[in-house]
Design a protein around this ligand. Structure first.
Ligand code: WTA
Length: 662
């Protein structure tokens, strides 16, 4: 068995024990009067937005430069298919780049890039604009036209941002595939959105080692005959295979291209990008975001939630660009607002465990945004590490991706924020495009573990099984009750799935897939997923997708996967497999083999923490696997009600085969 350690349930994430724990949380952290005095947003914003949310977004869209004014803020005549800023035209890249240069801010730093190995680059808005124009010209030379999809599979380097904005500039929706995904996962995404061009790098640095990316692209493309060009950035200098006629070096093409490129305006609803995310079935969903509403949502929330002062702040989202957090708060939000950001390539412990704090001191980072899983890791490493650094530049810190447990919130606030900085616990999703529920840092008295309230312009509720709002003090399902600008428009190529996944459970309401509760003040505590989606270190993984990966291995007959509470990663993947009879007991390294197989099929982050080889799985009489019971086992709890099992002895059998269980 792999890593059979016991997991102590915490009050970190989903689970029934959580509610009672959280209800006892009494601590409140109001902003200091100094912070409030200078804050971008005041409490009046809620009432103003509530009075007329469309008028509110009408005003907020004015943050952007439009080539043509819209005629209608929202067309909701065919719900749930929204059109925002109808008739408006704009170019996303122009909004993120040229207009700042034209306004005389070309010398302002867009990114401080910090390579894992310590190499650095400072890139101004003027330079970034030139780079993006060059890449846009190269893509156009490669025959990419507005509407064509481009896949991007890159490390965390400035060229990744350049590639995205070059696509946006010519109206070609990008689909960025996180570099941790396998060749197989890349291939399915290329197929699903029919991308004909791939942008990648030879590799990137990960824990001091060059990790290959081009090699995975080569493998993926064995089965993608329609991909005609692969644009390759040289990052590590490692050897790569080369296919003449298909592969093109970035430095031979983009870096030689003209820096002049006219940014043509596109319709507000022109597709900006497709981001794949795990759903409850094995097939990832391509979440479609469009231009005007998405950019408005990112720009407003980045300004409001982080209290952004574009002239003076240094903003750092410590996430990967391959996830939505990177799209909205490393690329589109900060650039639309003309902010300065840090872009860090590597892991927090390379070459030492103080790397993040060193970066904060070096660039005088004022606003930090990261995931609870990172915070819990830093807690484990100990306060003595950040204590060696000043961290005095920080004035606000944020969290995203999973519920932050109160202990982690307090540690973050005290040890990193020195008890001084507001903490914003922001709830949102790939689908929502922008932050939806969050404290307003100059207004809200934060509660450790609560995402608090919908931001101005958004409306959320917690409802029961019938879709009725629950009273304060009760739990239910988190929903959005009115459309918002950065909302997904559909699932790429699958309108029906869009409707059935998000809008059918509660007609007229957007179902987020999360459980939540309203406390006695009506504030919102997000409890985690209520569907078959796990959240491991802030990465969304589908139980079904991992089960399919396991079953695709020739020795596996059947598999069931559950997300078990884990101190460090929030949830961890635990798999139960039945082997085919011809495989016998699978041999001594069966667990290793299967973990490796999941890494190959999906990516390393999906590897199960534990794999139990079992003889039977608990099933209902109609043959449905009862994951709830397996979760009890994985979390080392008393096993719940087994009366609906076809064979009630199965659970005894499974439990007796577990390590460390009696
Ligand atoms: C979870 C990441 C609690 C939630 C931006 C959601 C959170 C899923 C929070 C989306 C939070 C995100 N508190 N849970 N502050 N933020 N989640 O699409 O389960 O990768 O549905 O988007 O993460 O994950 P995704």
């Amino acid at each position: 068995m792999n890593g059979g350690g016991k997991t102590t349930p915490t009050n970190a994430s989903s689970g029934t024990g959580t509610l009672a724990n959280l209800l006892h949380e009494q601590r409140r952290f109001p902003p200091s009067s100094d912070f409030t005095a200078q804050a971008n947003v005041t409490a009046e914003a809620y009432a103003q937005a509530d009075a007329d949310y469309q008028a509110f977004w009408d005003r907020e869209a004015g943050r952007l430069a439009w080539a043509q004014q819209w005629t209608n803020v929202l067309d909701w005549s065919n719900p749930p298919f929204a059109k925002w800023f109808v008739g408006g035209k704009l170019n996303a890249a122009y909004n993120c780049l040229d207009r700042h240069v034209e306004a005389g801010r070309g010398d302002k730093v867009a990114y401080y890039f910090e390579g894992e190995g310590g190499d650095t680059r400072t890139i101004t808005y003027a330079q970034l604009t030139d780079m993006v124009c060059q890449a846009a010209n190269t893509l156009a030379d490669l025959g990419v036209k507005a509407g064509d999809r481009v896949a991007i599979y890159m490390p965390m380097i400035p060229e990744t941002v350049v590639a995205m904005l070059a696509c946006a500039r010519i109206g070609a929706p990008h689909t960025v595939v996180f570099g941790g995904f396998s060749a197989d996962a890349l291939r399915t995404r290329i197929h699903d959105c029919d991308a004909r061009i791939v942008i990648t790098a030879d590799g990137g640095y990960r824990r001091g080692q060059p990790a290959g990316l081009k090699s995975a692209v080569d493998e993926a493309l064995l089965d993608c005959p329609d991909v005609r060009s692969v644009l390759v950035v040289r990052r590590t200098g490692q050897d790569v295979a080369w296919e003449d006629g298909r592969d093109i070096w970035w430095h031979d093409s983009v870096e030689q291209a003209s820096t002049h490129h006219h940014a043509e305006p596109f319709d507000a609803e022109h597709p900006l990008y497709v981001m794949y995310t795990s759903g409850t079935t094995g097939k990832p969903k391509g979440i479609l975001h469009t231009t005007g509403g998405y950019l408005t949502g990112c720009a407003y929330t980045h300004w409001a939630v982080f209290d952004l002062k574009a002239e003076t702040d240094v903003f750092w989202t410590a996430a990967d660009i391959g996830w939505v957090t990177g799209h909205s708060y490393i690329v589109y939000g900060p650039l639309a607002n003309g902010a300065t950001s840090v872009l860090y390539e590597g892991t927090p412990d390379t070459p030492h465990q103080g790397r993040w704090w060193e970066i904060i001191d070096k660039y005088k980072v004022t606003l930090l945004y990261c995931a609870p899983t990172a915070i819990r890791t830093f807690m484990k490493w100990g306060a003595q590490i950040p204590d060696k650094y000043s961290l005095a530049s920080l004035r606000l810190i944020g969290s995203v991706g999973e519920p932050i447990n109160p202990a982690a919130y307090i540690w973050y606030r005290d040890t990193i924020g020195h008890g001084r900085t507001p903490v914003v616990d922001t709830w949102w999703q790939t689908e929502t495009g922008s932050i939806v529920v969050s404290p307003l840092p100059g207004v809200t008295a934060g509660k450790p573990g609560a995402a608090m309230k919908a931001l101005p312009g958004f409306r959320v509720d917690v409802v029961d099984d019938e879709g009725q709002p629950v009273p304060n003090g009760s739990g239910g399902y988190l929903v959005l009750t009115q459309p918002w600008p950065a909302m997904l428009r559909t699932i790429w190529g699958d309108d029906d799935r869009y409707v059935s996944t998000y809008w059918s459970r509660f007609p007229g309401l957007y179902f987020a897939g999360d459980g939540a509760k309203k406390d006695d003040d009506g504030d919102i505590w997000v409890l985690g997923r209520v569907d078959d989606v796990m959240n491991v270190s802030g990465h969304r993984l589908s139980t079904t997708e991992i089960e399919s990966a396991l079953v695709s291995h020739p020795i596996v007959a059947e598999a069931a996967v559950v997300g078990a509470t884990d101190d460090m990663t929030g949830q961890a993947v635990v798999a139960f497999v039945i082997l085919r009879s011809e495989a016998g007991d699978g041999g001594p390294d069966v667990v290793q083999q299967l973990r490796q197989h999941v890494a190959k099929e999906i990516g390393k982050m999906a590897r199960p923490r534990q794999i139990m080889v079992v003889a039977e799985l608990p099933k209902t009489r109609s043959g449905k696997i009862m994951r709830r019971l397996l979760k009890d086992v994985a979390e080392n709890r008393e096993i719940g009600d087994v009366t609906t099992l076809a064979d009630s002895t199965v659970m005894e059998l499974i439990r007796s085969s577990m390590p460390g269980m009696e």
